[in-house]
Design a protein around this ligand. Structure first.
Ligand SMILES: Nc1ncnc2c1ncn2[C@@H]1O[C@H](COP(=O)(O)OP(=O)(O)O)[C@@H](O)[C@H]1O
Ligand SMILES: [Mg+2]
Length: 306
């Protein structure tokens, strides 16, 4: 259990839920992982950062909230805490996403860093980021600042490809933040542009190459890699073969990127998902006997323990 200090939440954990494309189940995962944590007695705040395609509220059975991140970005709301919206679940509050792309187009770099800071200052045991689709820097940068990254994948080629692209983009974005990395930037760019399939210069080749001439830099990069452990969730599983795709992604990431990718579990394809959305009720609350309850329970326990 979390230990709370009088001054606040010293043990605060930030988890980011991402994935290469829209419709893979990021909001479903964010909403239901949040519900699990809240039911366990943790104070949870979940933020819809899918700026332009916000739908976290729907997965929680809430109407479009009156105040959203757009109001903060546009300056209409100045007190960040005023964005917090209560949910029918005790211990769970959300901040709803921008309902228009315009809000996000205004999210310049300075704003982004201010926003990230505000998100990290929120008072809760767990703060969850429900991210947008794609590999735009706005999405990647939210992902990078979290303590734990979660990637939702579907067992289909486009989603798998997008997942590798996402990991690759995060990988290089993190490398570029390393002090002194400028000297090897051309090499990094070369590796970034190499295709996974042909693998001219894989990230692990890259590190070997860098380490030869710049051992200190090589060590820093290795350290950076060791701490990069995005968690994989395979969604909409219909067979054991679908689950096994998760294990192959894990082994490809180990070989190609040299990273360990925990696989805390999968989610069955289940009719209860759209039924709960249609009923405007949170899945775990409306269908307590659904297979997904067991799926989520396992995933959340493994995430907490890792
Ligand atoms: N495990 C599942 N079983 C059945 N349908 C699912 C499942 N996961 C997602 N879906 C369907 O996909 C839709 C998109 O999921 P959502 O979480 O909104 O995706 P994202 O946030 O990644 O865009 C859901 O509304 C639901 O209809
Ligand atoms: Mg979403």
């Amino acid at each position: 259990m979390m230990e709370k200090t009088h001054s606040g939440y010293s043990n605060k954990k930030i988890w980011a839920v991402g994935g290469g494309k829209g419709g893979v189940g990021k909001s479903l995962v964010s909403a239901n992982v949040s519900i699990c944590l809240a039911l366990m007695g943790h104070k949870v705040i979940t933020i819809d950062l899918d700026l332009g395609g916000a739908n976290l509220h729907t997965c929680l059975g809430l109407p479009i909230p009156k105040t959203t991140l757009s109001d903060y970005i546009s300056g209409k709301v100045t007190n960040f805490e005023d964005l917090l919206v209560a949910t029918p679940i005790t211990n769970l509050k959300i901040i709803s996403g921008a309902q228009d792309e315009l809000g996000m187009a205004n999210l310049k770099n300075l704003h982004k860093h201010q926003l990230i800071q505000k998100l990290h200052e929120l008072e809760a045991d767990y703060i969850l980021f429900d991210l947008g689709a794609g590999t735009a820097f706005n999405t990647i940068d939210f992902f990078i600042t979290a303590d734990k990254g979660i990637l939702v994948v579907l067992p289909e080629p486009t989603s798998i490809e997008n997942t590798y692209r996402f990991i690759k983009t995060v990988f290089y974005r993190r490398l570029k933040m390393i002090e002194g990395i400028e000297v090897v930037e051309p090499l990094i760019d070369e590796a970034l542009n190499a295709k996974i399939t042909t693998g001219q210069l894989s990230p692990s080749d890259l590190i070997r190459k860098i380490s030869q001439d710049h051992p200190e830099l090589g060590a820093k990069i290795r350290h950076e890699l060791a701490s990069f452990k995005p968690n994989l969730i395979m969604n909409q599983v219909r067979s054991q073969a679908d689950i096994d795709i998760g294990y192959s992604i894990q082994s490809i990431c180990r070989k190609y990127f040299g990273i360990e990718m925990p696989f805390p579990g999968y989610l069955d394809y289940d009719q209860s998902v759209w039924q709960s959305v249609r009923k405007r009720k949170p899945l775990l609350v409306e269908f307590p006997n659904s297979k997904l309850v067991t799926n989520f329970d396992r995933i959340v326990h493994r995430l907490i323990e890792s």
